[in-house]
Ligand binder design. Structure first.
Ligand code: NAD
Length: 394
């Protein structure tokens, strides 16, 4: 494929919108001829600079890019359908700017949202609890009771003494009912273990407790089916990092809009996580799917998994203090003749990006509960949170 086939309007749109989203300049070399150099997408994601216009603006720019870009499409009907989908998306995401603000003011200006975090003695739960207490008191506060696998000593989270009860002993349903009486608008956040996902969701459903499920694994099909059937409001998302989710969404749209744009290009994918993580990153799998839609033909088994400390420190440049909690991803594309290359990278250190996204999701969910039965949809993911601009940066 000739380099000229790469959609310039998309690259320029990506540059503009990433600058708006992340607050830094994306280098695309010669502006008049953007494919003369490789874009290096360095998402220093722990900078929480969120701009709610990103998605609608990207969709608008991509939509005009699609009109301008006469790429050969393998199937006209597929292309037309995905364009129609994007127009629909565009209408949904561009129109409700005022709704997004109303939504934010709903969640921010109304009474602060009580949030229960299970299990805040775990790594993610603790990060979320810290993020809750760090938020403005007008937005949310931490409920001083939490469930863990076993009863434990009380924990101090930024001055809030939280009682830790066992979810397996006594009557956890009665505990939830009691809390609901005291905090009628409460939202539960769940970061526990894959083995606990379905049982915990059953408990929340039984007691009509709107929840944000950040825990991965379990029987996902059953989870979605049970929660949908109950009509309980919930956000279920294995990836709560809002900027990462936005990047995934942009890549998915790129794949849908420009099928085959990178046909013939070779792809190299390297991801690094803490040594204890044995499987391939779910985020890498999702992004690879988009690259395959763009024509790369990459086998997910060929992702390079870096799990050894010397490589992480010396080659990946992971800071030592984040060896036990990081998510580094690099995607390198090269044209068949080797004259054109692209590199995308998102490197996350620590858990704050997921914790902040989780608090945003809880506030979004509280807004949905307050809207009552307006929508037939009750189970949401982070794309829904992003689309409605329900992102509140600390
Ligand atoms: P962790 O092992 O540090 O914490 C899990 C805690 O859950 C432990 O304290 C354990 O005692 C407790 N627990 C076990 N069973 C329980 C139950 N039935 N009810 C309540 N608590 C129970 O694990 P972690 O690193 O905090 O990760 C938790 C989960 O979050 C994992 O599934 C992980 O993959 C997921 N995760 C999701 C995201 C995201 O963005 N959605 C980000 C990071 C991690």
């Amino acid at each position: 494929m000739a380099a000229d086939d790469v959609p310039a309007p998309f690259l320029l749109s990506l540059q503009k919108n990433l600058r708006a989203l992340f607050g830094f300049q994306l280098s695309i070399g010669d502006q008049s001829n953007p494919w003369n150099a490789s874009p290096s997408l360095l998402s220093h994601i722990d900078t929480h600079v969120w701009n709610e216009t990103f998605l609608s603006s990207t969709l608008r720019d991509m939509s005009s890019a699609v009109s301008a870009f006469a790429a050969p499409t393998p199937s006209h009907s597929t292309f037309t359908a995905s364009r129609r989908d994007n127009q629909r998306l565009l209408k949904r995401s561009a129109a409700p700017k005022s709704r997004a603000r109303a939504m934010a003011s709903n969640t921010v200006a109304s009474a602060p949202v009580p949030i229960m975090v299970n299990d805040l003695t775990g790594k993610m739960g603790r990060a979320v609890a810290d993020a809750v207490v760090a938020r403005s008191k007008d937005q949310c506060f931490l409920i001083p009771v939490a469930f863990s696998g076993d009863a434990k000593d009380a924990v101090d989270v930024g001055g809030v003494k939280v009682e830790i009860k066992s979810i397996r002993e006594g009557d956890p349903g009665a505990v939830l009912e009691e809390l609901k009486t005291e905090y009628p608008d409460m939202i539960v956040v769940d970061y526990t273990l894959p083995a606990a996902v379905n049982a915990n969701a059953d408990l929340y459903v039984k007691h009509q407790m709107p929840f944000v499920m950040g825990t991965t694994g379990g029987d996902r099909e059953k989870l979605f089916a049970d929660v949908k059937k109950s009509k309980l409001n919930a956000v279920i998302a294995p990836q709560m990092g809002k900027q990462v989710v936005a990047f995934q969404a942009a890549m998915r749209l790129m794949g849908e809009n420009f099928p085959g744009a990178f046909k013939g290009y070779t792809l190299e994918v390297i991801e690094s996580h803490q040594t204890s993580k044995v499987d391939t990153s779910g985020t890498a799998k999702a992004i690879v799917q988009s690259f395959n839609d763009l024509g790369c033909g990459f086998d997910i088994k060929d992702v390079t998994l870096v799990r050894d400390v010397p490589t992480q420190l010396n080659e990946m440049k992971v800071p030592e203090e984040y060896l036990l909690g990081h998510a580094y991803h690099t995607y390198r594309l090269k044209s068949p003749d080797g004259t054109v290359s692209f590199e995308f990278q998102h490197n996350v250190c620590g858990r704050s990006i997921y914790a902040e996204g989780t608090v945003d999701a809880a506030l979004f969910l509280s807004g949905k509960v307050a809207q009552g039965g307006e929508s037939s949809k009750t189970v949401y993911d982070m794309i829904d949170v992003l689309k409605e601009g329900g992102m509140v940066t600390n």
